[in-house]
Design a protein around this ligand. Structure first.
Ligand SMILES: Cc1cc2nc3c(=O)[nH]c(=O)nc-3n(C[C@H](O)[C@H](O)[C@H](O)COP(=O)(O)O)c2cc1C
Length: 182
């Protein structure tokens, strides 16, 4: 797949097959994150990798997921938590860049996973307080996102269909709403 196809084909996946993600693909995904650009090359991203189903199920119970809505991560064979070391933050124009840096890096990982036919779902609806405590993270770390990674299941749960419809996931703003030629 070329980059255009990867971007077009990526969509949030909330139903997974139990098949594991091969180690060489996982390493390629992590390498894509490692190579990302960052403000002053500070590379604040830190990744926690869960590829043991028992630990993933425990994680799903302990990350303060909002309601039942994100409990689907328990079915995934791989979950990666994207954190940021705020000691490596750069502040420019009154803006902290650790979030931007980590988001760029994580999205590179998500697109690499897509290129291998894997499904992902960027998730923000968790309790950072609960999860940081569970993972015993250093106080200088922020949790930026969680994503499951796995081969998408053909059969979608009712919940997954409802969420996608609710979020109007296929809709995008028209070009003239987001771009101004000056
Ligand atoms: C920052 C961010 C947070 C999100 N949080 C969640 C979440 O907690 N749970 C979930 O199921 N989807 C979550 N999503 C997925 C969005 O609902 C989804 O990207 C959007 O509806 C567009 O659909 P698509 O990803 O299939 O193109 C999140 C996406 C982003 C970028």
């Amino acid at each position: 797949m070329n980059i255009k196809e990867i971007i077009n084909v990526r969509k949030s996946t909330r139903n997974f097959l139990p098949d594991p993600v091969p180690q060489e693909i996982l390493e390629e995904i992590l390498e894509a994150g490692r190579l990302a650009p960052s403000a002053q090359n500070r590379q604040p991203w830190r990744y926690l990798v869960f590829n043991d189903n028992r630990k993933i199920r425990e994680l799903a119970k302990n990350c303060g997921l909002i309601g039942l809505s994100n409990f689907f991560i328990k079915e995934a064979p791989l979950v990666i938590i994207a954190c940021a070391e705020t000691k490596s933050n750069v502040r420019i124009n009154n803006q902290d860049y650790y979030l931007v840096d980590t988001a760029i890096s994580f999205q590179q990982m998500i697109l690499t996973a897509t290129a291998h036919g894997l499904g992902t779902c960027w998730m923000a609806a968790f309790s950072e307080k609960t999860l940081s405590k569970y993972l015993q993270l250093p106080p200088s770390w922020r949790i930026v996102a969680i994503s499951p990674f796995g081969y998408p299941a053909e059969k979608k749960s009712l919940y997954s269909k409802a969420l996608s419809a609710l979020a109007k996931s296929k809709d995008r703003l028209p070009m003239d709403k987001i771009v101004t030629y000056k």
